[in-house]
Design a protein around this ligand. Structure first.
Ligand code: NAD
Ligand code: AKB
Length: 313
């Protein structure tokens, strides 16, 4: 029997890759995309324009489509969140609360995106454990910790099947990232392919957990397809693949573009990056539901450059 699926924040960096993947698995008419931005002219398929802060809009959609699954991605990210903390709280928390309440009413399975931004300066930086200190210093991180606890609460109290991943910085070529701290990594690729040098907004020794988008999408679908008894963490799973310093990425890109140069001029986003781990221990996700990544730095850089060259030239 076909499933009806809703993806919120569908035009974003993740949604623009998750929606086509879900459509190819479940059929194009069964995946409903929602975003509050208007779709570009060349957007393929139906996109509904609506704000996740508006419960009426979501409620009407649930009544109409009776969703089996919702991937709730609509959010403000870390850098935009620091510029607009009130809006970040409203979008990230109200949106999630509405989605959880409607899911509870309609018995819908939920995926919600958390982040390495749940961690803070007091968290162990190396191989950050699944269960550890969560004292973020960004409003984005505060919404992600609160969201994780709310998801777990709805699971415990109402038996809601809600699943989540703490994504690291995601690297992709289809859609540009939307206002985060790890965006520097994607920007570096664009500049190299465009034949320009790059001024990087974090310093060269900044090490952060990262992942190629294809791995993130595969992990997300694997988590959602796993039998319920395998899901032991209802806050959010640590989800990891690789980590590198900004300078490591520059060097790897220079293997393909020897003339490419990066100047490091940290701005206010350095503080966010400094508060996040160097590496994350995701052994719980690997043990519980068989997560495994495929892309290391070398493979990811090669594929990113090939795809961006095709896209931009
Ligand atoms: P993005 O900024 O690229 O996309 C978010 C989308 O949500 C945008 O298209 C935006 O228009 C939409 N949106 C924002 N407010 C909305 C509202 N009120 N109503 C409806 N739509 C709204 O973000 P992304 O990178 O695709 O991230 C998706 C999720 O994954 C977020 O929860 C984010 O915190 C999480 N995440 C992303 C990364 C990453 O590196 N991309 C890493 C960790 C976690
Ligand atoms: C950001 O930098 O804000 C995101 C994230 C790691 O959550 N990419």
């Amino acid at each position: 029997m076909s499933k009806k699926i809703l993806v919120t924040g569908a035009l974003g960096q993740i949604g623009s890759e998750l929606v086509p993947e879900l459509k190819s698995k479940h059929g194009k008419d069964d995946v409903i995309a929602l975003d509050y931005s208007s779709p570009p002219d060349d957007y393929e398929g139906l996109l509904l324009e609506g704000d996740v802060r508006d419960k009426e809009v979501l409620s009407e959609l649930w009544e109409k489509y009776d969703f089996d699954e919702v991937y709730h991605l609509a959010s403000l990210l870390s850098a935009t969140g620091e510029k607009k903390p009130d809006l970040a709280w409203d979008v990230n928390m109200e949106g999630l609360k509405h989605v959880l309440d409607l899911a509870k009413e309609h018995d819908t399975k939920i995926f919600w995106a958390s982040s390495i931004a749940v961690f803070g300066p007091n968290t162990p930086r190396e191989k950050t454990p699944q269960h550890t200190i969560l004292e973020p210093i960004t409003v984005y991180g505060v919404t992600k910790v609160s969201g994780e606890l709310l998801c777990q609460y709805y699971h415990e109290k109402y038996d809601l099947d809600v699943r989540s991943l703490r994504y690291p910085g995601l690297i992709s070529w289809k859609e540009k990232p939307g206002g985060g701290t790890t965006d520097y990594a994607v920007e570096m690729f664009y500049k190299a392919v465009e034949g320009e040098n790059y001024i990087c907004f974090v310093d060269e020794e900044t090490r952060l957990p990262m992942m190629y988008m294809e791995d993130a999408i595969r992990g997300t679908l694997k988590l959602m397809e796993a039998p319920e008894e395998k899901i032991k963490v209802r806050t959010s799973y640590n989800h990891s693949a690789l980590n590198f310093e900004a300078k490591d990425l520059e060097r790897e890109i220079q293997k393909h573009y020897p003339d490419f140069e990066v100047e490091y001029k940290p701005d206010e986003r350095q503080k966010n990056a400094d508060s996040w781990p160097d590496s994350v221990d995701d052994s719980k996700a690997r043990e519980d539901w068989g997560w495994d990544h495929e892309y290391d730095l070398e493979k990811m850089v090669k594929v990113m450059l090939e795809n961006l060259e095709r896209k931009l030239n």
